[in-house]
Design a protein around this ligand. Structure first.
Ligand code: URP
Ligand code: ZN
Ligand code: ZN
Length: 467
């Protein structure tokens, strides 16, 4: 099946050009200037012609931080791989990297097999896995080498959540050293979990049980401290490090300082830290639970720092940390005790559009939008070339994006499996009209036309910034 996309403006991290795109089956074959004379030849042999007049032709988004079905906080994240990848497609994302989990006492292999079984045959778009290392020991460290060889080239460790995912500094150091040898990349949840736990106990003892105390017991200082410490541990181990879901000015300062001295310190932020504030958690009644995630939403003054980090490349990636829970029956588990509210927000569907709104608002440029949402995520996690761009040989993961369309975000119209939206009633500009995954149309004019199981597992290379 040959497809030609004509009359669109192709936007990649490198270029904004008027170009036709020729696709053969699952793969982009060529880009051509409309004036080059190739158009007639391409059109005469085409099975399908897509007219992208007035619209952008962009590489599909890559969300490198999702948690479909994650067992967490006494329940499970409410999107399955089926519903979550469908919602991602609606929003112009064509690849996710989710987190397989090793729990204490289990092997990495056991965790990985569990996640493979959950995702296989379910996904609408392509998917890969990082591995959460919840139990650092001699066996786990050896297994990390094997996983890197099998295309699982990144490992998340936690300085938060003692008793659940938490690792000590010594354990983290050993894992960092291991990636120094095997070429993997450690991804760090950087919050000082031991101190946070003390603050939580103290708050509850004072009768401070409302959702807003989630934010007050996880202050930005403790994210800044942990981020600094994680980066120093990586420096001592002589390895790169990637900080996940960075939310605080202090944490960004630690990343910036390290990068300024030439250290390979990378970081991602998320749309919620660009747009939402701690006021969400202070909503009356128990409404604030809808905004509970970790790190928590920050006071307003942190937000411009996140946008600045994206402009200056001290933040290189925007991912969602999509970890959805319904208000009814899930967030409600924390009524009377904020520490029992399942941590996480829905977001996989809105990342591309919220970042495009950043372009509309003049906060980032058009190419930068694609760089932070597709190209750099692909490079960071070993997918670039195949994913993250539109070029000869790349997968035909392509979005026809209308930059002038207006849409109102709401739980009534979104496709994520949650009964609320953090952006209820927000009006934004821009929308994916058509979404293609490896040449197959999965979203057409707002309608899902894809298929469960179309998404393939992606075996990843090592971080392409380090090769
Ligand atoms: O609140 C969050 N972020 N939930 C998901 C787990 C994590 O730490 O990424
Ligand atoms: Zn985390
Ligand atoms: Zn996460």
């Amino acid at each position: 099946m040959t497809t030609v996309i004509i009359n669109g403006t192709v936007v990649t991290a490198a270029d904004v050009v008027e170009a036709d795109v020729l696709i053969d089956g699952e793969t982009v074959v060529a880009l051509g200037s409309p004036a080059s004379g190739m158009r007639e030849t391409w059109l005469s042999g085409a099975d399908r012609v897509i007219d992208a007049s007035g619209r952008y032709v962009i590489p599909g988004g890559i969300d490198v931080h999702t948690h479909m079905e994650l067992p967490f906080g006494g329940t499970n994240a409410s999107d399955t791989f089926e519903t979550g990848t469908r919602a991602a497609a609606w929003g112009g994302t064509t690849t996710i990297i989710d987190f397989a989990v090793q729990t204490k006492g289990q092997t990495l292999r056991h965790g990985l097999d569990t996640w493979f079984a959950r995702a296989e045959g379910e996904c609408a778009i392509d998917y890969g896995f990082h591995m959460i290392v919840g139990d650092v020991n001699d066996g786990t460290l050896k297994e990390m080498d094997q996983l890197v060889d099998e295309g699982i080239t990144s490992f998340k460790l936690f300085m938060a959540y003692p008793g659940v995912f938490y690792s000590t500094d010594g354990e983290i150091f050993r894992a960092l050293q291991q990636t120094g040898n095997n070429g993997g990349l450690v991804m760090m949840h950087a919050e000082n979990g031991s101190v946070i736990d003390q603050l939580v106990v103290q708050a509850l003892a004072r009768g401070n049980t409302d959702p807003k105390y989630h934010g007050l017991t996880r202050p930005s200082t403790l994210e800044g401290e942990a981020t600094h410490r994680a980066i120093q541990l990586a420096k001592a181990a002589g390895t790169p490090i990637y900080i996940v879901h960075l939310s605080a000015a202090e944490a960004l300062a630690a990343v910036t300082a390290a990068r300024d001295t030439g250290q390979n310190a990378f970081a991602e932020t998320c749309p919620q830290y660009l747009y939402l504030t701690d006021e969400g958690m202070a909503r009356p009644g128990f409404e604030g639970a809808k905004f509970v995630c970790s790190p928590p939403l920050r006071p307003e003054e942190h937000l411009p720092h996140m946008w600045r980090g994206l402009r200056t490349n001290d933040l290189q990636v925007v991912a969602t940390d999509h970890c959805p829970f319904c208000f009814k029956g899930q967030k409600e588990l924390g009524q009377g005790d904020f520490s029992k509210i399942p941590n996480g927000l829905p977001g996989v569907e809105h990342r591309m559009d919220l970042l495009h709104q950043g372009v509309v608002d003049g906060k980032i440029g058009l190419r930068r939008w694609i760089e932070i949402a597709a190209a750099t995520p692909a490079r960071m996690f070993g997918l670039y070339g195949k994913k993250g761009t539109i070029a000869p040989g790349s997968d035909a993961d392509i979005v026809i994006y209308d930059p002038t369309a207006r849409q109102t975000l709401s739980a009534d119209t979104h496709h994520m499996n949650t009964d609320y939206s953090c952006y209820e009633g927000w009006e934004i500009q821009g929308r994916s009209d058509m979404v293609m995954s490896r040449g197959r149309v999965v979203i057409d004019d707002g309608a899902y036309v894809g298929a469960k199981g179309h998404g393939s597992y992606l075996r990843r290379e090592r971080c392409q910034y380090l090769l």
